[in-house]
Design a protein around this ligand. Structure first.
Ligand code: ATP
Length: 323
């Protein structure tokens, strides 16, 4: 099946007074129709920068300095402003990290939905907009009559579900969710993700799910890209990441979060702190923190090793029994 989104060798730099800081470095992955692709990594590794760049929502000092982004056969980096305006929401929409705060607390929900329909030339009739809004709210489990309320009258979980309904308003083919439930408690978090999964089955969209919580991600995603210091260092199916990750960073990240099911285990964590992107070392970026690092790791950049659709970048990958 052809990929819906094809990201190839994308680089995004922040242009600072001290020079360029590369926050996304030669990142490549693809998302097929109906697939849920996860992007996991510690804070500051470049996940949000990448998500914004995919929709060309990045703002200076961020600059896309290389690579290609092809969505449904169209080159995103070549789109003019009008094409981009339609592309966002209609083809690809995003639920932001602090999505709950994206709603204007003093404007009724129905008016906020109406603005989207009007802006995208779907309808300028308030009655039709209300019908559409009612359907969308029902989809995410909110009683339609609540559209007449103000967002400040909603709980955090309800606001988040309302934002997801908005993101789905124009039936996009890809939903980008950047830490969509981080501010919510675990029970609400899980019920929202379950809802999103049901909606995906019903409506058939694909998802790019971004989080630092790998346990949650392994439950929710088909395929996972593990990001470290601006690079994807391993890409594999959720079950491979769970049972036999090959990159020591994937292994460490997996063991830093309690499993959602089964026995509680001792959490190991990863020693040290994330790399300062202004100071990229010569060899492997993870070597300083890696329990498996050898001399070569400090000297040579590890090559990308392919295994079918999967890949990893490590001189001394872990074997299956390690996971
Ligand atoms: N305006 C800026 N100027 C220079 N560097 C920046 C700027 N904004 C972000 N960065 C750097 O880009 C890197 C990537 O940031 P980004 O927010 O994409 O990471 P993230 O993985 O999404 O983190 P989080 O989960 O905390 O949002 C960080 O290391 C950050 O220091």
């Amino acid at each position: 099946m052809a990929a819906l989104l094809e990201v190839k060798d994308v680089c995004v730099d922040y242009v600072t007074l001290d020079g360029h800081v590369r926050a996304v470095d030669n990142v490549s992955f693809s998302i097929k129709e109906g697939q849920i692709f996860g992007l996991a990594g510690e804070s500051g590794c470049g996940k949000s920068t990448l998500a914004y760049a995919l929709m060309r929502l990045h703002r200076p000092p961020a600059l896309i300095t290389g690579g290609s982004i092809i969505f449904d056969g169209k080159d995103v980096l070549e789109m003019d402003d009008e094409t981009l305006r339609k592309f966002r929401w209609e083809k690809i929409s995003m639920v932001f990290q602090s999505a709950m705060n994206c709603l204007n607390p003093v404007i009724k929900l129905e008016k906020q939905f109406f603005e989207i329909f009007k802006y995208h030339d779907v309808t300028d009739s308030m009655d039709e907009s209300r019908d559409r809004t009612a359907e969308l709210l029902k989809l995410v489990g909110i009683a339609p009559e609540r559209m007449r309320d103000y967002p400040h009258q909603f709980s955090g979980g309800m606001r988040q579900r309302a934002v997801i309904a908005m993101a789905l308003a124009l039936r996009p083919k890809l939903l980008v969710m950047d830490e969509p439930t981080t501010a919510l408690d675990t029970v609400v978090q899980r019920s929202i993700l379950q809802k999103v999964q049901e909606l995906k089955e019903e409506l058939g969209f694909s998802i790019l799910f971004i989080t630092h919580d790998l346990s949650l991600m392994m439950e929710f995603c088909d395929t996972i890209g593990i990001m470290y210091a601006a690079e994807i260092v391993e890409k594999a199916s959720s079950s491979v990441i769970l049972k036999s990750p090959r990159h020591p960073y994937s292994y460490g990240l997996k063991n830093s979060f309690p499993p959602l099911h089964g026995e509680m285990k001792y959490m190991e964590g990863i020693p040290g702190s994330p790399l300062d992107l202004r100071r990229i070392p010569n060899g492997c970026r993870f070597a300083e923190r890696c329990f498996n690092a050898k001399d070569k790791c400090y000297r040579e950049v590890p090559p990308r090793m392919h295994d079918g659709d999967d890949f990893f970048e490590c001189h001394f990958p872990l074997n299956a029994s390690r996971g």
